[in-house]
Structure formats: structure tokens, C-alpha cells
Write a new protein. Structure first.
Length: 294
């Protein structure tokens, strides 16, 4: 079997035979030790991308654990992006190429838990973008320039159609293209993770005016095509900082409005009902009965 075949991750293709050597587990936290042994085998080259691990029965016997414990370890490795679990006759546990999903998921979880604040998110994005732009200026191809230009055209169309979701997604894709232009998978993975979180944040911010973005994109593209990295970085930083101020002002403004509304509601609830000091209206004097003439 040649090297190309050994790297395939297609489930239909015959997976390479695992040459890993596993030891019986003696730890109280067995699933963690199983995961660590599989990581070690991968690091030492006895497991490669596309390799199919032995069956659950064979693995549980090698590790000396129950199938439930084994499955817990495999699920943890799947969540980390190290293996791919596939059902069916040709299924099993396969060593997968790391796509960076675990990093993106981790960043998203941190954002949801409040460990990443909006100001930190937008600030980190500005820092990363400056690095991307310099490398993109150095490595841009005519196809890259065309891809960015087409993206700007698509963003203009979404703006004309007042399609906010499409506009936001297209604008973020502009930055994903820049990340791919660096040719560095680490930068692509990290930037995709940041942009995924930013997409959720923008969805929470809601519709906002950004008529200044597209003209900036056109200016940026000219600097990029001319490989003027200083001018391109300056243009990108300027627009991202302006967007940052816009995002944060909307978030802070919304919080202030909510706090004001909550305060007003609390005052209303705390205010005692006013007692009426007016005297009850006197009843009108009864009219004398009128006799009906006969």
C-alpha cells in the first residue's frame, strides 16, 4: 500500500491496518488513559490519518476495560477531532485529519460561558487581521485578488437587497479568504474559530449600518494588489476599529436601556398605591313619587 492510499479518509477505501501497541489499563480514570495511549501511538507514527482502529471488542480486550469505558474514551477523542466514528458495515473508529473544529468549538464555549468578552473578541480579531494582511500582501495571486473582488460584489448585492444575514456572512467570508491566502493552516484554523464566534456576536448585535465598509474594502483591495502592506494594514485596522466601536456601543446601549427599563419597573412595583382623600360623593336626594293620574 502506497503513502497516498494510507492517507485516505474515505470510508469506502480499505483502511490501513493499525500497528498500535496498547497496554492493559490500571488507572481509576481508565477512559483518560485510553485516550492518552491512542494519542501517544499517533505521535509516534504507529497510527496515521485514515487508519482504522481495531473493533470495540478487540480494543476493550487489549485495554482490559468494558465497552462502555472504551466508548467514553472514543467519544472524547472524537470531540477533540482526533478520530471519526462511523456506523455501518464499513464503519468503526478512524484516525481523522484534524480540521480545527475542536479549537473553534472551544472558543465558542468560552464565549458562551463569558470567558471571552465582546471587547476581547473584537480586539483579538484586529491583532490577528494585521498579521494576515501582511502575509496576504506578500502571497496574493491573481486568483486571490479576484476572489476578494467577487466577495465585495456579493456584499454590495446583499446590501442593496437589505439582506442583513447574507451581508454579515459575506463580509466575514472576506476575512476567511484572507486567512486562506496566508497558506498557513494554523492561521486558518485560529481565524475561522474567531470568526465563528464573531458571527454569533454580530447576530446578537443585530442590524447595523455600515455604509463605510464597502468603500474601505475597495481601497484595501487596491493596496493589496499593489502589495503595499503598510497601507493595507492601516486601512484594515481603521475599518475594524470603527466596527468595534459600533458593535460595543450597540451592546452597551442595549444594556443601558435594559437597566433603565428594569429600574423603572422596580420603582413602579415599590411605589405604594395612593390613598384617596376625596369624600365619597353624596347620593342624590330621592325624588318624590309621582302619582299617575287616573
Amino acid at each position: 500500500m502506497n503513502a497516498k492510499e494510507s492517507q485516505t479518509t474515505q470510508p469506502q477505501a480499505a483502511a490501513p491496518v493499525s500497528a498500535a501497541r496498547f497496554q492493559v489499563i490500571r488507572s481509576a480514570r481508565a477512559f483518560e488513559e485510553i485516550a492518552q495511549q491512542i494519542r501517544t501511538e499517533l505521535a509516534q507514527g504507529r497510527l496515521k490519518v485514515g487508519t482504522r482502529l481495531p473493533s470495540e471488542r478487540a480494543l476493550s480486550e487489549q485495554f482490559g476495560v468494558s465497552r462502555n469505558t472504551l466508548r467514553e474514551a472514543l467519544r472524547s477523542l472524537e470531540h477533540a477531532g482526533l478520530i471519526r466514528l462511523q456506523k455501518g458495515a464499513t464503519g468503526g473508529a478512524f484516525i481523522s485529519g484534524r480540521s480545527g473544529d475542536a479549537i473553534a468549538t472551544g472558543l465558542m464555549d468560552m464565549y458562551h460561558m463569558g470567558a471571552i468578552q465582546p471587547e476581547q473578541l473584537t480586539e483579538a480579531r484586529i491583532w490577528l487581521e494585521s498579521i494576515l494582511v501582511r502575509e496576504a500582501c506578500a502571497r496574493a495571486t491573481p486568483a486571490d485578488i479576484e476572489a476578494l473582488s467577487s466577495n465585495i460584489d456579493a456584499a454590495e448585492e446583499a446590501t442593496r437587497n437589505d439582506d442583513f444575514p447574507a451581508r454579515a456572512a459575506t463580509n466575514l467570508e472576506f476575512h476567511r479568504i484572507l486567512a486562506r491566502m496566508t497558506g498557513n493552516p494554523i492561521m486558518v484554523i485560529v481565524m475561522n474559530g474567531v470568526l465563528n464566534v464573531l458571527a454569533e456576536f454580530i447576530g446578537q448585535v443585530g442590524h447595523y449600518e455600515n455604509a463605510y465598509v464597502l468603500p474601505s474594502r475597495r481601497r484595501f483591495l487596491k493596496h493589496l494588489a499593489a502589495r503595499d502592506s503598510d497601507a493595507a494594514v492601516a486601512e484594515m485596522e481603521s475599518i475594524l476599529k470603527r466596527l468595534q466601536r459600533s458593535y460595543l456601543s450597540k451592546i452597551e446601549g442595549g444594556d443601558a436601556q435594559e437597566a433603565e427599563a428594569a429600574s423603572a419597573a422596580a420603582k413602579t412595583r415599590a411605589k405604594p398605591a395612593a390613598k384617596s382623600t376625596a369624600k365619597p360623593a353624596s347620593k342624590p336626594a330621592a325624588k318624590p313619587a309621582t302619582k299617575t293620574p287616573r
